[in-house]
Design a protein around this ligand. Structure first.
Ligand SMILES: [Mn+2]
Length: 274
């Protein structure tokens, strides 16, 4: 019985898509509110309070999962939900949070400077993740697979890591020996729906399944730079992830979470109050 239900839940009806669209919009408003509120000296839980206030204010039932607000090196801790460290001037903060609306989940990650301005090193690393994320979103369409999208993400991030001097040698060699996994060790996408990690098989008959219209996926590459001695000082302890919710459509895709800025310029402009 469960496999039949899971298959039915994997491809969303128009009514379900309308609810997911609204969950995404409420989630987006929470992120915008947290971005505008950010400043050095606040505690991580205070940005969490801004987010979750907005989720409820907008008619959501609350967070769809435990909100992650990680300043500085806390962004490198996957599933960090303690959220009780001070936000420091000069650090980035990573927020992974989404609202639940009529049981459907939003799931957004943004990473931005606590003080509203990226440093040069932060911008360099951020731009690698953003370029890869935008290409991955653009690749969502019927017929491709999440495995194919993930493979391109790994390639793009590995190129960026070599360019930044965090890895050495040839791109394919660093993919083959998996040394990129020191900086990127999670997968790029999951199904989204009633559950934030929604049900449905990712592979069938041993093969990654092709995307079809009505599936809803997240696209969320990241880079997490450990604060180790062999890492250039300016890059130590930076964690970046960028995540959008994307519907597979007949023509390609629809991004549900585009109203939260993700370019360096748009984030800095929003945070400067422009
Ligand atoms: Mn996610």
């Amino acid at each position: 019985m469960a496999p039949l239900l899971h298959e039915a839940r994997l491809v969303k009806s128009p009514a379900e898509l309308a609810l997911l669209r609204h969950a995404a919009e409420i989630s987006a408003r929470g992120h915008l509110r947290a971005m505008r509120a950010s400043r050095p000296g606040l505690e991580e839980y205070q940005l969490q309070a801004e987010l979750e206030h907005e989720f409820r204010w907008q008619g959501g039932s609350g967070p769809a999962y435990a909100s992650i607000v990680g300043g500085g090196a806390n962004a490198c801790v996957l599933h960090y939900i303690v959220n009780r460290a001070p936000l420091k001037d000069g650090d980035l903060v990573l927020i992974d949070a989404g609202a639940e609306f009529e049981l459907y989940a939003g799931d957004i990650t943004r990473t931005f400077p606590v003080n509203g301005r990226f440093s040069d090193a932060q911008r360099a690393l951020y731009t690698v993740v953003l370029d890869v994320q935008e290409r991955a979103v653009a690749a969502v369409r019927p017929g491709t697979t999440l495995a194919a999208i993930h493979a391109e993400v790994v390639r793009g991030l590995t190129e960026g890591l070599i360019h930044l001097g965090l890895l050495e040698g040839e791109v394919q060699a660093r993919i083959d020996d998996e040394s990129y996994r020191r900086f990127y060790l999670h997968s790029t996408s999951h199904w989204l729906g009633l559950d934030v990690h929604d049900v449905g098989l990712y592979r069938r008959d041993g093969e990654p399944r092709p995307l079809v219209p009505g599936m809803v996926v997240t696209v969320e590459p990241g880079l997490y730079i450990p604060a180790d001695d062999d890492i250039p000082e300016a890059l130590r302890g930076i964690g970046i992830r960028i995540e959008d919710d994307v519907v597979v459509t007949d023509e390609g895709h629809e991004v549900l979470t585009a109203s939260v800025p993700k370019s360096v310029e748009a984030i800095e402009a929003l945070m400067a109050g422009k």
